[in-house]
Design a protein around this ligand. Structure first.
Ligand code: CP
Ligand code: NVA
Length: 342
């Protein structure tokens, strides 16, 4: 069944009903097949989008630019150092100006209220490319990756080992609750999500058949897990100073081979390992090296720059991280196509 999502914004995952999310996931899979079989459809030729980034990006930026190119569209990249946005021009004024030029606007920034303000004043679709609170385009790619491998979403057990309060934790919990997956957050209690969001997710679970639960017991959490997911312990925009406390609290929740093998012994299907990326799993990044240098003595577990996941798991047969990264392109293409007009 086709859906009319024309002129809709994607500001957070709960903006869409479960059937609309499933439509976007299936459309993403369809577009991937077309891409892999050489079918080029410049369906949005003559149109163009603007993508605005207050924070850095590899996957989201490249996905929007490549998706626009493959759809026959133009694409302008703006960051806060090279445009008036944020410093000399308000969000509301920027939204109205860009709406006169473009057919859609992507925004990555800090505050969820900024992307919502942008959408309030824009007269074209606005897509949230990540805020501190939410990362909705990532969710379409993630669910697509799970569906491609397992063939279904309802009933999948997804364990997130990480910070449950930030963009990835929030978005995964909401997505699982809406689509009928079993979400387990495993991390320090201090980093569990807000009560209001938990209550809302429980209400969605009643309709979807999904569940959400919270624990600090890693081995128990991953029993029967089909998907084990993690994210970096310190997100973009957070102070380097917080690393000390994060390592102290998050160390027990690192995804290592023992975690994956324990899940494998007890799961009927899987597990697969997922990560939105970028990831710190060795000494080959500036941050990985700096963290190892500053904290390796105090916390020997991180002396090799392996933080949220070990290098062994990251590069293992369990790892789907590059399929997941590729799926950002196909899913963002689906989001652009569906909301600008198929
Ligand atoms: N996963 C993700 O959003 O990656 P980027 O920060 O590189 O866009
Ligand atoms: N939580 C991470 C996600 C990156 C895609 C961050 O905000 O930096």
């Amino acid at each position: 069944m086709a859906y009319n999502l024309r002129a809709r914004d994607l500001l957070k995952i709960s903006d869409f009903r479960p059937d609309e999310l499933n439509y976007l996931i299936d459309l993403s899979i369809h577009l991937k097949k077309q891409n892999h079989t050489g079918v080029m459809t410049e369906r949005l030729k003559g149109k163009s989008i603007c993508i605005m980034f207050q924070k850095t990006s590899t996957r989201t930026r490249c996905s929007f630019e490549t998706a626009a190119f493959e759809l026959g569209m133009g694409c302008t990249y703006l960051d806060s150092s090279s445009s008036q946005f944020g410093k000399k021009e308000s969000v509301a004024d920027t939204a109205q100006v860009l709406s006169r030029f473009y057919d859609g606007i992507e925004f990555r920034g800090f505050k969820q209220s900024d992307v919502e303000e942008l959408a309030k004043y824009a007269t074209v679709p606005v897509w949230n490319g990540l805020t501190d609170e939410s990362h909705p385009t990532q969710m379409i790619a993630d669910m697509m990756t799970i569906k491609e491998w397992f063939g279904f979403l309802k009933g999948i057990k997804l364990v997130f080992l990480g910070d449950g309060r930030f963009n990835m934790g929030n978005s995964l919990m909401v997505t699982c609750a809406k689509l009928g997956l079993h979400y387990v957050l495993c991390g320090p209690k201090k980093f569990w999500p807000k009560k209001e969001l938990i209550d809302q997710c429980k209400r969605w679970c009643k309709d979807s058949g999904g569940t959400i639960s919270f624990t600090e017991d890693k081995m128990k959490a991953v029993e029967g897990a089909n998907v084990i997911y993690t994210d970096i312990w310190v997100s973009m925009g957070e102070d380097f100073k917080v690393w000390d406390e994060r390592i102290k609290l998050m160390r027990p929740f690192q995804v290592d081979m023992e975690t994956m093998l324990h899940a494998e012994k007890t799961a009927k299907l899987g597990p697969i390992f997922m990560h939105c990326l970028p990831s710190y799993h060795g000494l080959d990044t500036d941050v990985g090296r700096e963290v190892a240098k500053q904290f390796g003595k105090k916390y020997p577990q991180v002396k090799n720059g392996e933080l949220e996941v070990t290098d062994e798991v990251f590069n293992s047969r369990f790892s789907f991280v590059f399929d997941e990264a590729e799926n950002r392109l196909h899913s963002i293409k689906a989001i652009i196509l569906a909301t600008i007009g198929i």
